[in-house]
Design a protein around this ligand. Structure first.
Ligand SMILES: C[S@@+](CC[C@H](N)C(=O)[O-])C[C@H]1O[C@@H](n2cnc3c(N)ncnc32)[C@H](O)[C@@H]1O
Ligand SMILES: Nc1c(NC[C@H](O)[C@H](O)[C@H](O)CO)[nH]c(=O)[nH]c1=O
Ligand SMILES: N[C@@H](Cc1ccc(O)cc1)C(=O)O
Ligand code: SF4
Length: 448
């Protein structure tokens, strides 16, 4: 057995993928290229992510050299500030029949029908409920509301979309709101409801945008244009998972394909919306898929310039169909997580910010990521359902005080930011009380 075999959980030989981690490049040449600042190619990224395809497992000394190169790049392009946003997660509904095998956030939509017997621990919020939740969080000082949801069959873009879909029950995964216990309203209603007092509304993933135009001849520009008019400010680049179709066919066969995801993101940018971008890794894919994913994101950013941050999301396996059906034993190892962050920093020379997600990594490992190439530490979020329902247990809230103490503990400078990173406030960790100051109603009162 190779000495480093336990250092990575990448499945080898279990799936018949065409895309394999094999290259014409060497680890040393790839690392030299990365250090020189030259633009990397897919083979370089594979060498760095595997710490060399010439041996199995991850070589810890080679890994440290990759992390060091990424940390140096972070220091050059960003400096010593570590940012976070005072935000709220307000997800509208867990009803979803897309059936992604990595997801335990969803509940079968049938369980929300008025004549269904039995309880669900899932939820659907009306626009009025969303508004109340955002109002309360605004009083606590948040700057942003982040809202991502299941693809509820009764969700349509607006009233016109309901008219188009009406009478076509069963088609286009549509059922009228009257079928359900709770009416989620339309996408436009929800955005309008959450758009209180100039709070930044970060919502509508490419998968949701697809749902918001199903059964019509509307373009993604039409959809994002209407949502922007309703108050949408920026778009979460989730639903990306792994942007290689042979992987999507295994983990999310019901989802839009890679081309469609790119089309939706391009359209969001073209109507003037900022976006984020993500990768969800550590399940069935290998390092060649991770590398190709980074290449799609860099190309998208070359064309749009709209991506404010890249967020590596480490797969949380415990309560998911992928794990329960025996397709995946465990998620990525800490070594793989660190290399994912580092190679994202080195590969994405056109994306300024790399986010370390404490929801996925926890506090200790999340802080370590800030020395592996990441410079952003996510947000306060106040509530979290996606990771929690998959069996993750890193909690659902961080206060400004906790952020200040954690970031200062690694010798960096805590900075509260706006979603687009344009507004920034340096925080003095020695101050007596600390609270958010950038939100429309924020006055520095601690976020409890
Ligand atoms: C739950 S979906 C909600 C929005 C919408 N339904 C969609 O798919 O775009 C948001 C994202 O959460 C991430 N996610 C879901 N389950 C996860 C898990 N078990 N571990 C890590 N990330 C997960 C995926 O990247 C997914 O695209
Ligand atoms: N990384 C995760 C996020 N990130 C979202 C951020 O909090 C924020 O909305 C973004 O930086 C835009 O400003 N949210 C989650 O719920 N879970 C994560 O793992
Ligand atoms: N990171 C996404 C939002 C998000 C990430 C992970 C989640 O599990 C849920 C939502 C964004 O900021 O655009
Ligand atoms: S990831 Fe999104 S689309 Fe897929 S099942 Fe979960 S909620 Fe539905």
């Amino acid at each position: 057995m190779d000495a480093f075999e336990a250092s990575a959980n990448v499945p080898r030989g279990d799936f018949e993928f065409d895309c394999r981690p094999e290259t014409e490049q060497s680890f040393e040449n790839a690392l030299e290229k990365a250090r020189s600042g030259a633009r990397l190619d897919v083979d370089d990224a594979i060498e760095l992510l595997t710490t060399g395809t010439d041996a199995a497992g991850i070589d810890p000394r080679r890994k440290d050299r990759v992390l060091e190169a990424a940390d140096r790049r972070r220091a050059e392009v960003i400096g010593e500030e570590v940012t976070f946003v005072a935000n709220l997660n307000n997800n509208v509904t867990t009803a979803c029949d897309v059936g992604c095998l990595f997801c335990n956030f969803k509940d079968a939509a049938a369980r929300f029908e008025a004549d269904h017997d039995g309880d669900t621990d899932g939820f659907t919020k009306t626009p009025a409920e969303s508004r109340t939740i955002v109002e309360d969080a605004l009083d606590r000082g948040i700057y942003e509301v982040c809202s991502v949801s299941g693809l509820h069959p009764a969700l349509a873009l607006d009233d016109e979309h309901h008219e188009i879909l009406a009478g076509r029950d069963g088609e286009h995964s549509y059922k009228p709101p009257a079928v359900y216990d709770t009416d989620p309203g339309t996408y436009v209603d929800q955005i309008e409801a959450m758009n209180v007092d100039g709070v930044h509304v970060h919502s509508t993933t490419p998968e949701e945008a697809y749902h918001a135009r199903r059964g019509t001849d509307w373009s993604y520009e039409d959809v994002f244009g209407r949502l922007r008019a309703a108050g949408l400010d920026s778009v979460p680049g989730t639903a990306a998972e792994i942007l290689v179709d042979e992987v999507r066919e295994v983990i999310c066969p019901g989802k839009i394909d890679t081309e469609e995801w790119v089309e939706a993101m391009t359209a969001a940018a073209s109507v003037g919306l900022d976006t984020t971008a993500t990768i969800m890794y550590g399940h069935v894919e290998n390092e060649a898929h991770r590398a190709r994913h980074l290449d799609r994101i860099r190309d998208l950013q070359d064309r749009t310039g709209a991506i404010t941050e890249f967020v590596p999301l480490s797969f949380v396996h415990h309560e998911t169909p992928l794990h329960e059906r025996g397709l995946v034993e465990a998620g990525a190892t800490a070594h793989e997580d660190e290399l994912m962050i580092a190679v994202s920093r080195l590969y994405l020379d056109n994306v300024e910010h790399i986010q370390s997600s404490w929801v996925k990594y926890g506090d200790a490992q999340g802080l370590k990521m800030l020395t592996c190439g990441a410079d952003d530490f996510m947000g306060t979020i106040l509530s979290e359902e996606i990771t929690k329902r998959a069996g993750g247990d890193y909690g659902e809230f961080r206060s400004v005080r906790e952020y200040a103490d954690m970031i200062a503990s690694i010798g960096r400078i805590p900075v509260e930011r706006s979603t687009d990173y344009e507004k920034r406030r340096r925080i003095d960790p020695d101050a007596g009380t600390l609270g958010p100051t950038l939100g429309p109603r924020a006055d520095g009162t601690p976020l409890l």
